[in-house]
Design a protein. Structure first.
Lengths: 307, 307, 307, 307, 307
């Protein structure tokens, strides 16, 4: 596999990692239509666990079949596919070696009250036997359970890396001192990205930040330093800065399903701010396949600089 | 990674393996110039351990530097590179993700008397942290230590597979009831391939067989069954048959350094007999790089059906 | 699965075993045409490992494909199929749940000099993941390595039983004070069965005994006690007695390939002596399938009391 | 269970042991007709393993059934029953809690040449799950394998005691500098008892010693110290002295089958010399049950001081 | 600790190692009078174990006290001090943090027959609790026990590195196909260095090579390749080449005690050939302290280029 200069540069940032982890990051960065660009588009499907099957798949019933999700990621030429244990198992053999997969290690369900925790639902050895390139983990900084979640992450990440797997962290602040609206405030998202980097995340997933500072204690700093935040590219750039001066891969969610044009425009701004890519879930698998492939084609073209 | 129909067929033969193992077999089968053909050419460098540095590298001193060996495998567009711990470590970071590697788990040295054993010199976790696609192990059926070696292989293979790594077995009968000349007799090589398959090898490496039956007890069978063995392709076909009716990947060594034309002709016959490929060590790394690349180009072309 | 009174009685003999082991014995005793009779006919295929592929499969080349062997056991309506790791793996998925399997844990090869040892070539966890009902192990009482083999058996048996798997022991005295001819002497075979029972074997496999006492030290006892041994049924009865007064399942091999009529007559006498069944390897898989099915039909009919 | 003063005194000698081990010693010392006397008569049945089934059970075929052996020990009112894994398993459930059992951990067979080793054929966890009070182990000081056997004993004894089980050691010198005749010489038997005590045996089993000094190096010492050895009671007293000045339980075998009166007289002398009891195997289970019970009644009466 | 460009370059060669190992190599390379030069002089004291205390320390009785040995290394401004468990323990607290130490993991004694093996006498955790920078291990390639020793080294090295400790290997061929005189032949020493590198040694210790080729099989190669070997610097250069083209640290022993001038001249040639340094044991600690310090001052000056 011939690595591009861009991918080699990215790998060089991960000086603390062993060749196994770097090799798996390379597999992800060299797969699909964005291979070699340093950009990533990943299909995540943890909605079924989190919101139930009907809310996830009824809009496009073909997606009830786990094979459909593998095929969607492959046909769209995405970088990789992330899902919980059951979804990956139902397809890992059929599609072995055909698309990089990330095993989502913890899962929330919307029957539980609260919403500030998740269950660890897979093991690192599962990821190895399923042939994954890495593990995925969600943490909720601010939530009552946040320290426990971080300790789970620390242990899973340590084991995963020692066995050559990359670690992808969904860092979603909520609860505690974080207001509901503030979950996507600039200071909170930057803080989320930074905390994930500090815990050793190889790839960090956060939400696009709003022009808002949520923590009172942070407001003076942001004012004094005059951090630019008027435009989304400026805010993305600040988040990248918080991720070790841009030396960690950061990808952004598309958030709630929205119109295609709105989504594409947001992704264009993520790209312009220096973000490494997007994770596109509901916006893709809840549409009929043809429409989903059309949307993902547009997204990929944005990161290829063609749109 | 788009798998070809041929590679999918090969993977379908490994019904006992988990997706991790199949994924790593796919990485090997989809790398380099032979990607997707179901054929493999692998660079093995365990000569330094087995015969000492000068006998291995003095003919082409550039090869004293471990980076050279990675580069040779990559520039020649080979399927993969197999070597002991130290050689892989000294390059695994620089070339992370650029060429599938196989960690050779045991090593002989030619200072020891006897020659019927090897030391286990690496662990499965080493293979994981170095980002290898599999482990390699040599066994000597017939040798005094053969049962012990097989027990080491069983344990390493079990651990490797449970962690998604493929197992490559060098099956080289010697000692016991095997005569020196008989080490490459047809019955012995077929037995060697069969035994490796029975022990769970995913890829089997044997030597090209001669038109000779070594075990007295086997002669009547070969005569009665009239197993064709007059030509090398016929003998290769018999070895493939012994490997679960052709459902295991079997690659052949080039043996002692010989003239280029002789080597290419032999490889042509291995191909015609249905062999999956070649392992080319001394014949390549002991020549100046340009000559080595030229030779390897010829070898690859044979398996591409272009020569 | 409705157990017959006969099977319930047999299970009642194994009072030391946990329900998992008893359940797996029941699966074996309730499978195939002999289901519920307390009789067993098992297909063992370890010849390829022990004598090489050609000597094993050249007489009937279809048997080079491991699937053939599963199919033979199933089509013949046998109780179960016993084989080494590689053979079981290459079919365990396709035929999952269709025939009880026994993983042969150790294997000899005929390239090694001596012949008084085997290599442990599988693990108990392999048997579990392949869905086997039990493990199989060969010991050679009398051989130089006999104490080591017994220690391997003890450890594998302990682990297997703790995980609910049955233990099948091939008890074949050789070497030490046992003469070549004496390997099938009555005192030796009875001793072999007794020793296996003492080590906790659930099913014991021995060879049909001859009217011969091999150990000088045992001759006086046999004379004084006037143990009947003139006919094979009498000798079989003595072996059963040595197996905890008939409270262990004992099956007999057919030995070297012989004429069909001779084999059937021998089996009739094993049945008449109270033996629990037969293990039929080479005599079946080395014949064309139709002939093999015909032979196995005859064997089954003997144990059904129909021939 | 109300302990007698005698049993409390004996337990007080084992100051290095935990309460679990002492409790199990108490169970043995408080069972059967000798309960509370500090004397022991144990039924050992390892003859089947060591000499084969016919030499062991043909004289009294009822003994082929393992249940018979439990019943014999119970009906005779013995202190306990010692046997290998298979024999104990075949009865442990039926007779659970009815007689203290000792699991014999290693076993010799008389097919093997040499005779200076045994196979470890059970595990400490087996003893626990079978409800035994202790483990039994044979060592052969002097044999080529003696260091290995002692390392096995050390490890098994350490594990057994840590789990509350008592350790019984059969200490039978043979080989090395020990002459055949000297195996029961006074110096050798005393040394055997001492070595077992040094290795942590809770109960020591040796053979009755002859009036002979076997090691040249020991002769001067025995002469100079004028150790009394003219009578068996004197020799027994010396052996007890060698067992930490009598602070270890030492029991004696009856050796080869002999006439009833000779056996009873020997036991009377063992008692008079201060021995703790006898292990009576072949002399009991090879006789018809009524005769065996009669004999054992006589033996017990000797230790009760009634004969 | 400010690293010099030379030390940074050396660390860059160890691309397979984690930062913990690199940090400990840096501690060694930045200590004493040679700090930062890329050269090392180490005091090893394993003579007491190998030859007994009197043969080791009677010539300079002050050295019976382990503190003396720490002090000698420190006062001489050496790079580090290597010794077995007992010697390091007796001083590790007093001199904590004052001199880098290497725990010698295996030890020979001259009472044992044979001489081709050593006992592992320490653990990696001992090295950690004693604050060592690395572990030391001796292997004897060629000896009957060589494969076992290499397996011990592999396991100890894997554990040591995973815990951030460097691995130092004494690679001393003997036995097997190596003649007594050939133990220091050029081909043998180069092979010894290469094998250590392949096993993952961070620092390799060999003996200065003689102008001799010992293995018949290697003679043709050396002649054909015309490897320069007339002078010691040429031979040292060949050994360095065998150590991954000079990318491993190789230090040389001073061998048998010899005159000061002879020793200094040899070290000058080791330096000129590109060797990384010397290990000076008996030549220093068997002299009175003032003489020893004088000698070590001369040695250090050679590596500083001042003599």
């Amino acid at each position: 596999m011939q690595l591009t200069a861009k991918v080699k540069e990215i790998l060089s940032w991960y000086e603390g990692e062993n060749p196994g982890v770097k090799g798996n990051l390379a597999r992800l960065l060299m797969n699909g239509r964005l291979a070699g660009t340093g950009k990533l588009v990943i299909l995540p499907v943890d909605q079924g666990y989190e919101h139930g099957p009907a809310r996830s798949f009824a809009p496009n019933p073909a997606a009830y079949d786990p094979h459909y999700l593998y095929q969607l990621a492959m046909e769209a030429g995405l970088s990789g596919y992330a899902a919980p244990l059951g979804l990956l198992e139902q397809g890992a053999d059929t599609f072995a070696g055909q698309v990089p997969t990330i095993l989502k290690m913890n899962s929330a369900n919307s029957l539980a009250a609260g919403g500030g925790d998740q269950a660890v639902t897979a093991s690192v050895d599962d990821a190895l036997r399923l042939g994954c390139v890495g593990i995925g983990f969600t943490m909720y900084p601010g939530a009552d359970a946040c320290y426990g979640m971080q300790e789970e992450l620390r242990e899973l990440s340590r084991e995963a890396k020692s066995k050559g797997l990359a670690t992808v962290v969904w860092s979603y602040p909520r609860g505690g001192k974080v207001s509901k609206d503030g979950e996507t405030a600039l200071d909170i998202v930057a803080y989320a990205a930074h905390m994930a980097a500090l815990m050793g995340a190889n790839i960090i997933k956060v939400k696009p930040p709003k022009a808002l500072i949520d923590l009172d204690a942070a407001k003076a700093t942001y004012e004094k330093a005059q951090v630019p935040m008027g435009t989304l590219p400026e805010r993305i750039a600040h988040v990248m800065q918080a991720a070790f001066a841009g030396k960690r891969i950061v990808v952004f969610s598309g958030g709630e399903a929205k119109g295609t044009e709105g989504l594409i425009e947001e992704i264009r701004q993520i790209r312009d701010g220096g973000g490494n890519g997007s994770i596109i879930g509901r916006n893709s698998f809840q549409r009929p396949k043809a429409e989903a492939l059309d949307l993902l084609d547009k997204v990929v073209k944005v990161y290829l600089g063609q749109a």
